[in-house]
Design a protein around this ligand. Structure first.
Ligand code: ZN
Ligand code: ZN
Length: 488
């Protein structure tokens, strides 16, 4: 397993993810997706949207606004329950979660050793005097306040006047935008149960202890589904969605050994949930949640019906009865999924005594699909041909042209950003004159470094096959040059 520092440094060096506002010293736990990061994350979201919305007859999409009526958060329970218990240090003013404070390393000035300072692991006692932590773990001197509930929602004001009546919140989850639109979607699309509404969008939580790179951030992007079912069929649908979503990550390259399901214990279930299973990924910091699949029952629709005074029901033609559907919610993080795909793709290997770093992305997710490289950048006809080729390929796949280094360096550079295929134009391609040109180009596979030579005219058709994972078929048909290039 690669450590997080390596991923963070590769992400910065290669334009995937940057610290937000870095020139000002950075903002806590905010990250910016760079040119390759935005491609990767968009590809993750696109694959999710296609698989969960466009390829299913029982799903539709939605894009609700981030700012909602403040009553939404009263009805959903977020105003009252979406809190963490906090304590403050009276001396250094640092703030801690009272339920997590004993996980932290604590500073101790020990009487038994003339007041020497020690850093003691969380939950452990001092070896010299046997004391346990009672004071502030950070400064070791300050008394702590009683725990107070701290709401995790970001508060702001709607309009120009900063008064209590204008208070509103940045949504802490996209789900509520779906619930409040339940009737709009149901009526306008004339849907029959069971059906689902999906949404991708930003959410905000004022986490006290964000961290682990893009894993826990205060601003993040969710990919959520609310799937409405007839009560009584909810347990079966819940299991179907757990299985479906668990199978999704390996489909795009996550190693099966790095993913697992974890059932929530009764005492960790959210206030609305009947059962929740987390899909966890083995991140560098250990097993952590990638996606939660919850049975939210009819809690949300009933709450909004009560608080808004509008019925949120479904008329069942068969039983001639109005029912309030149950809701199954697969809730995934776009940033977490992107991070998991990055971590899982990272490979280091040795090729002829040199370290090679490869991001082994699924072709669908790779930020760049094809790099077109000239073998000699001093040869005008090679350069011209390669540039034209990249223009043509761009119409169908995200492609780049690069001639800023020797071919060996160019290959390594593409390996490190996960480009599945490189196309090289060489002297034989263009010949000394038009008559001598063989008009073939070399395609190199990122993972195996194998090469095939194919006619330029066939490149779009061949690429179509290669993107679908048919390297061996293409190699068999081309019948030439399956060894590594001399240049590598
Ligand atoms: Zn303190
Ligand atoms: Zn001590």
């Amino acid at each position: 397993m690669v450590d997080m520092d390596k991923i963070v440094s590769l992400c910065k060096r290669r334009g995937f993810i940057f610290q937000s506002s870095e020139i000002y010293g950075g903002t806590g736990s905010c990250w910016d997706y760079g040119p390759l990061g935005v491609e990767l994350k968009n590809n993750v979201k696109r694959a999710w949207w296609r698989d969960t919305v466009q390829n299913r007859a029982d799903m539709v999409g939605l894009d609700a606004s981030i700012l909602m009526h403040p009553r939404v958060w009263k009805a959903s329970g977020h105003l009252d329950h979406f809190t963490d218990p906090m304590v403050d240090c009276r001396a250094c003013k640092k703030r801690f979660r009272s339920d997590k404070i004993d996980d932290e390393v604590w500073v101790h000035y020990c009487e038994a050793t003339k007041g020497n300072k020690f850093n003691i692991p969380g939950g452990e006692a001092c070896k010299h005097c046997g004391a346990k932590r009672t004071l502030c773990p950070a400064c070791g001197k300050g008394e702590l306040t009683e725990p107070r509930q701290f709401n995790l929602m970001f508060k702001t004001f709607m309009g120009p006047v900063e008064e209590e009546a204008a208070v509103t919140y940045l949504r802490p989850e996209t789900a509520q935008g779906i619930f409040v639109n339940f009737d709009n979607v149901l009526q306008s699309m004339r849907l029959k149960l069971p059906f689902g509404i999906a949404q991708i969008g930003k959410s905000f939580r004022n986490e006290i202890t964000p961290g682990n790179f893009t894993f826990r951030t205060r601003e993040f992007e969710q990919m959520e589904i609310e799937f409405f079912v007839i009560p009584g069929t909810d347990e079966e649908w819940h299991q179907r969605w757990i299985d479906e979503r668990f199978a999704w990550y390996p489909k795009y390259g996550i190693g099966k050994e790095n993913i697992r399901l974890r059932e929530h214990e009764k005492d960790e279930l959210a206030h609305y949930a009947k059962r929740t299973a987390d899909i966890e990924y083995l991140f560098p910091m250990g097993w952590s949640e990638l996606e939660g699949v919850a049975n939210r029952t009819d809690f949300d629709l009933k709450q909004h019906a009560q608080f808004s005074g509008k019925a949120l029901e479904y008329f069942d033609e068969e039983s001639k009865q109005k029912i309030v559907p149950y809701v199954i919610e697969p809730s995934a993080g776009a940033d977490r999924a992107t991070l998991a795909f990055l971590v899982d793709a990272y490979k280091e290997e040795e090729v002829r005594g040199e370290k090679r770093v490869v991001l082994n992305f699924h072709a669908e997710l790779a930020p760049i699909k094809i790099a077109v490289l000239p073998l000699l950048k001093k040869n005008d006809r090679i350069v011209e041909t390669a540039k034209q080729l990249s223009v043509d390929l761009r119409k169908r796949w995200h492609s780049v042209y690069d001639d800023t280094a020797s071919i060996g360096r160019l290959y390594r550079r593409q390996d490190e950003v996960g480009t599945p295929f490189c196309v090289t134009v060489d002297v034989q391609t263009v010949g000394d004159d038009k008559a001598a040109a063989d008009e073939n180009v070399t395609i190199r596979d990122r993972n195996t470094m194998e090469q095939v030579r194919v006619p330029m005219a066939l490149l779009p058709a061949v690429m179509e096959k290669l993107m679908a994972g048919q390297w061996s078929e293409v190699a068999r048909e081309s019948g030439v040059k399956r060894d590594q290039a001399q240049a590598e």
